[in-house]
Design a protein around this ligand. Structure first.
Ligand code: NAD
Length: 487
């Protein structure tokens, strides 16, 4: 098979198989073809992965931060050297066009390893606190064995965004990719070994929603970092809370983009398109509620329609292709059913709305779709669709649009397009979200914290802030005199 790995799991520096596990088929979304067959981890594999990580973590944490950083920087170098090959694998795993994976997947993973490898030499410092004669000091220490659980939209990026800060801080990670995209994370584990990481510091095991809970509840696991949907987040956070484990939750969204009448319209259309159609709309931070000021609505919609209809949909391995298929048949069915709801509830279909005629075969393709005249109560304006479906809503007043933008349980991201900078800052100050953009959208370089508020989650990935979520403070009080007691 085209992308068959040596074995399903990568534990303690080597590929491991246990054919007793449920079969996981990896399907190439552009053709529907099975390209690899793997097995979900059995309880024996889970035990092996966690025991190996527990052993390795002790040694890894004893290295100086600078020495750990050297390994991570080397991993970044290897990721960049192999960008083409890894991007091709990511395209097979997800169906995302090579035009995207070559700039956004292994390279963004490399950025993460490079960044954390670079800052860790100074980022684990503690403080010294004078107390008169006595004094205290603090140390930042790793948590131990941490579990990473990934979604299917950015498999390699998620494996790196969780692995890099976790390892930098001195933890060992057991990572479980989504069962829909099992391939990429195995390569990250291989590369870390090649870069010099001790065996067991980053193990990858396969599995689905039955496997995840076994990892979360394992007594040797100190923390869980999940990227997934809100319902899964509730289950995972609940299970972790039962054992008082640390958690990072990177969950779903229904983010607003607010476009004022003084905005550069073409730039705002670019932002809205990036925030709805990149990765065939399968991006958690997408700005799927696009609030457009009534004064520019007609111009906005006509230009948006023309640009949307010009998107090149097709073979994701062709460098010219701008939009590939959806990740799975099930996800396309889900998105098509939302499109039906949009039509039934009275939204105006501007373009798209079905399966493109231009592509033949069994791939899970869908047209980029724009609805106008969407109202706040419609299902397509309330629920996360996770596909290329843009909802355009009208507004004419700043206070009104802020209230409507915030009227959601989600709080992942938000964007504002305007030429008036005081308005831009005033509005973003009031929007309830973890990551916000002014006059651009969806840029997430490793230097800036990324994460959600409200039901979109908690904890942050990227930036030095991520290290706080993979370590804790240890305080040491130093008594300099005799210990006095009243009895
Ligand atoms: P999902 O919630 O179905 O699955 C996510 C992962 O959790 C998978 O690996 C799955 O096997 C595992 N899982 C499922 N049930 C579990 C349980 N009870 N215990 C432990 N693990 C369990 O999500 P998905 O369909 O893979 O991804 C799409 C969702 O992810 C969307 O809602 C999207 O917004 C969100 N997402 C968020 C971000 C972010 O950074 N905020 C990034 C990408 C995707």
């Amino acid at each position: 098979m085209k992308a068959q790995p040596q074995a399903s799991h990568f534990i303690d520096g080597e590929y491991v198989e246990d054919t007793d596990g449920t079969v996981i088929e990896s399907i190439y979304p552009a053709t529907g073809e099975v390209i690899a067959r793997l097995h979900a981890a059995t309880p024996a594999i889970i035990e092996k992965a966690i025991a190996s990580a527990k052993r390795a973590q002790k040694e890894w944490a004893s290295w100086s931060p600078a020495a750990r950083g050297r390994v991570l920087k080397k991993a970044a170098e290897i990721l960049r050297e192999r960008n083409r090959e890894l991007s091709e694998l990511e395209t097979l795993d997800t169906g995302k066009p090579i035009q995207e994976t070559i700039v956004a997947d292994p390279t963004s993973g490399a950025d993460s390893f490079e960044f954390f490898g670079g800052i860790i030499a100074t980022a684990m410092n503690g403080s010294q606190i004078p107390l008169g004669g006595d004094w205290a000091y603090t140390k930042r220490v790793p948590l131990g064995v941490v579990v990473g659980i990934g979604a299917w939209n950015y498999p390699q990026q998620i494996a790196c965004w969780k692995g890099a800060p976790a390892l930098a801080a001195g933890n060992a990670m057991v990572f479980k990719p989504s069962e829909v995209t099992p391939l990429g994370a195995l390569k990250i584990a291989e590369i870390l070994i090649e870069a010099g990481a001790p065996k067991g510091v980053y193990n990858v095991i396969q599995g689905d929603r039955e496997t995840g809970p076994l990892l979360v509840s394992h007594p040797d696991v100190a923390k869980v970092s999940l990227t997934g949907s809100v319902p899964t987040g509730r289950k995972v956070a609940g299970a972790a809370a039962a054992q008082l484990k640390h958690v990072t939750m990177e969950l779903g969204g229904k983010s607003p983009i607010v476009i004022f009448d003084d905005a550069d319209i073409d730039s705002a259309i670019s932002g809205a398109m990036l925030g709805n159609f990149y990765s065939t709309g399968q991006v958690c931070s997408n700005g799927t509620r696009v609030f457009v000021h009534k004064a520019i609505k007609e111009t906005f919609l006509s230009r948006l329609k023309a640009r949307t209809e010009a998107i090149l949909i097709g073979d994701p391995q062709d460098e010219a292709t701008q939009m590939g298929p959806m990740v799975s048949l099930a996800q396309r069915e889900k998105v098509l059913s939302y499109i039906d709801k949009g039509k039934a509830e009275g939204a105006t279909l501007v373009t798209g709305g079905g399966i493109p005629n231009s592509v033949t075969g069994e791939g899970f393709y869908i047209q980029p779709t724009v609805f106008a005249d969407v109202t706040d109560d419609m299902t397509i304006a309330r629920e996360e669709i996770f596909g290329p479906v843009m909802c355009v809503l009208d507004f004419d007043d700043e206070a009104e649009v802020i209230a409507r933008a915030n009227a959601t349980e989600f709080g992942l991201s938000a964007g504002v397009f305007t030429a008036d900078f005081s308005r831009a800052h005033r509005v973003v100050d009031q929007l309830e979200a973890g990551t916000l953009w002014i006059n651009t959208y969806n840029l997430c370089p490793v230097e800036i914290p990324f994460g959600g508020s409200k039901q979109s989650g908690f904890g942050r990935e990227n930036s030095a802030a991520a290290l706080e979520h993979y370590s804790e403070l240890k305080t040491v009080y130093v008594g300099m005199g005799k210990c006095e007691a009243p009895y």
